[in-house]
Design a protein around this ligand. Structure first.
Ligand code: PLP
Length: 417
């Protein structure tokens, strides 16, 4: 990135930007929630929309000067519907949430009364903080009941149904941070309908896969769908709420004025550019390549006797149980980082639940995702090489300096956009 002006007025900050850019260029990002937005998206992020206050919804604003903001935000809403094939008479869209967590919080507070019951996946099994962790406000505002993965790490829909019938939650969430398999949204929708609960699909991780038609869509079955825009969707940081028209009056006033003021219109503009890219054939190929790359990575890791939760992957991530490798998540993450492989340690769905209890600071597993490297243009061959390096670093720490050199060489061939 050209930092000519920053270098002149703020060399210290320019130095940090350059160092971070070099770090990203020379290392392999395998963090499943990260991705590289295009140059076009980054250009939009630095557009003049950054200077504008636009509290309120398009064409219902509080300040003057909204002629182009209104057109721009409406275009982004239309594109968001187009990407997922939605009818504007049925689905309302809000592109203003600052990120996934506030988007989710707005949905819960809009649809529920304080103290109502939410049913979601247990966090250490792959749920998300914003789905009712006691550490989140969500866990303080609502009663939370959790469902669990089975002992092989799969969703068990019969168990979800039994629990829903027993607990009668007001709202059921399907949507995960570390689940490597296809989600049966249809079944979730049926379960929610049977007990009269809202069904919310949180597709933060897999939105790009759904848009690229490599994962089934939740829209035919859900009352509300939330997503971040910066993961597989490959936009800037942000979030989108889609809800059935009859729910918009409940949810959208929580976004503003409930928990936010002026929306970040430059980010919204960049979301629009990202969505334009998502509609291309090129993006469909990208989504297919993510899945192919993850399958190649998973198969090769298994050859090195890595224990994959659920035995493999259908999407963009793999979750590894490290116990047979005599290392826990934190030292594994640190060792890999020394070699230039950037991953995150992760809890794994141990059964019985929480025995042994896993600390989020040093859990028993690690999570790897391919969206960012696929954006850099890497394919199955590179994934197999990466599995080889991961095995080297985990089993022979002495190999780290050599692996680091080899990774740097590979990275030069695949520059970040
Ligand atoms: C990433 C994620 C979110 C939102 O995260 P933010 O960091 O707040 O943008 C919400 N739900 C799930 C399932 C996620 O993976």
């Amino acid at each position: 990135m050209d930092l000519k002006i920053i270098k002149k007025i703020d060399p210290k900050m320019a130095g940090l930007i350059e160092k971070e850019e070099k770090r990203q260029q020379e290392t392999l990002t395998l963090i499943a929630s990260e991705n590289y937005p295009s140059k076009a998206v980054r250009e939009a992020l630095s557009s003049i929309f950054v200077a504008k206050y636009a509290e309120g919804r398009p064409y219902k604003r509080y300040y003057a000067g909204q002629e182009f903001i209104d057109k721009m935000e409406t275009l982004v809403e239309e594109r968001a519907r187009e990407v997922f094939g939605l009818d504007s008479k049925v689905w309302a869209v809000n592109v203003q949430p600052l990120s996934g967590t506030p988007a989710n919080y707005a949905v819960w507070r809009g649809l529920l009364k304080l103290g109502d019951k939410i049913m979601s996946l247990h966090l250490p099994h792959g749920g998300h903080l914003s789905h009712g962790s006691p550490a989140s406000l969500v866990g303080k505002d609502f009663k939370i009941v959790n469902y669990f993965l089975d002992k092989n790490g799969w969703l068990n829909y019969d168990e979800v149904e039994k629990l829903a019938e027993k607990e009668k939650p007001n709202l059921i969430i399907a949507g995960y941070s570390a689940y490597p398999r296809i989600v049966d949204f249809k079944r979730f929708g049926e379960i929610a309908k049977k007990i009269g609960a809202y069904f919310v699909a949180d597709i933060a991780h897999i939105a790009g896969l759904i848009a690229g038609k490599v994962h089934p869509s939740p829209f035919p079955y859900a009352d509300v769908v939330t997503t971040t825009t910066h993961k597989t969707l490959r936009g800037p940081r942000g979030a989108i709420i889609f809800c059935k028209r009859e729910l918009e009056k409940k949810i959208f006033p929580i976004v503003f004025p409930g928990i936010q003021g002026g929306p970040h219109e430059h980010s919204i503009c960049a979301i629009g550019v990202a969505l334009k890219e998502v509609m291309s054939q090129k993006f469909k190929r990208y989504a297919r390549q993510i899945v192919k790359n993850t399958k190649a990575l998973a198969a090769e890791l298994k050859r090195y006797d890595f224990n994959l939760i659920s035995g493999g992957s259908d999407n963009h991530l793999v979750l590894i149980d490290l116990r047979n490798k005599n290392i826990s998540g934190k030292p594994a993450q640190e060792r890999l980082e020394q070699a230039g492989i950037v991953i995150n340690r992760n809890t794994i769905p141990t059964i019985p639940v929480d025995v042994p209890r896993q600390s989020p600071f040093d859990p028993l597993g690690m999570r790897l995702g391919t969206p960012a490297l696929t954006t850099r243009g890497m394919k199955e061959k590179e994934m197999r090489k990466i599995a080889f390096w991961i095995n080297e670093v985990i089993s022979k720490p002495k190999s780290i300096p050599r692996v680091k050199q080899e990774i740097r060489k590979l990275c030069q061939k695949y520059p970040i956009p």
